[in-house]
Design a binder for this molecule. Sequence first.
Ligand code: 13P
Length: 365
Amino acid sequence: MPLGWGSCSVARLSSDRRPPGGSYRQEGRQAAGYNARIPSAAEPHAMSIEQLAETARAMVAPGKGIIAIDESSATCKKRFDGVGIECSEENRRAYRELLLTAPNANQYLSGAILFDETLRQSTKDGVPFAKYMMDNGMIPGIKVDKGTVPLAGFPGELVTEGLDGLRDRLKEYYKLGARFAKWRAVITIGDDIPSGTCIEANSHALARYAALCQEQGLVPMVEPEVLMDGDHDIGTCYEVTEVVLRSLFDALYNQSVMLEGTILKASMVVPGKGCAEQASVEEVAESTLMCLKSAVPAILPGIVFLSGGQSDEAATAHLDAMNRMGPNPWPLSFSYGRAMQQAALKLWAQDMQGNYAKAQQTVFE
Ligand code: 13P
């Protein structure tokens, strides 16, 4: 069994912080200095709670989701190598343009998560991607974490880096047009892992980044990804995901993050890829919903899912089943990377000029 989960419990938010007869939420926030942290109207990036909440709600508008095209250049190289495309800056730009300018993209997409390089790039006609998106009703987002490194003292576990200098980077991203920002934490399931230490370290970093985002007027998209790697069963994934989410919302509360202006990017509750017993669509949908309902506050404006290595068909079927099982406390939508891109990338690689339009069509098929 993973160690130390008990220390992450939401029980820490209980009686000592609950005012007798008063509003638990308001008093708790005041005690945590919540009001003092909101930027004043005179600041260039001042953003009221209502503006952040409005952006967050728009990110999960009915029938729309978010495409993740925020692969670092190294990850992009892996994907391009897989289909035989040279990973040049121009090819990365052209591929992102293909995705963002697909016909009717704004009918299905509320926004896109971009990589630093992409936020600075433009369409071939010279329109910055962020401007193109805003002109077409899509919200530009940006990946702001700097990736994972091994967690010292905890073999096999990872912690995400990127907090140093983040305030200044967020200021610049806001100026470049980004209105939300993603940070991905990675939790691995294995023998005796995840440890409570790994879960807490990642939750703490997620909460620090989320508070900085809101200070700078960007909606944080907090992503604690429980990996599908391994041979664990669906029950183990459920238990780990629940503990991770409880730890995350505990940390967000402690860092005075406004949940109304926050989006959760969650992994689904699925068996490990190597598990002999795979789960049905209904089982995945039911387990994921139950897990989320037990750990995610209803005030959150929405939850989007990563695909995490699921096929596009599986990721779509699972999300569809969860929505059919509603009504749910929050809008549920997608923020897929691989599941939305695989088919388009393959087609484009076969004939970059000739298949351009066909590849665009497959993105929303
Ligand atoms: P996948 O859907 O390919 O898992 O990517 C989503 C993402 O943004 C991971 O951080």
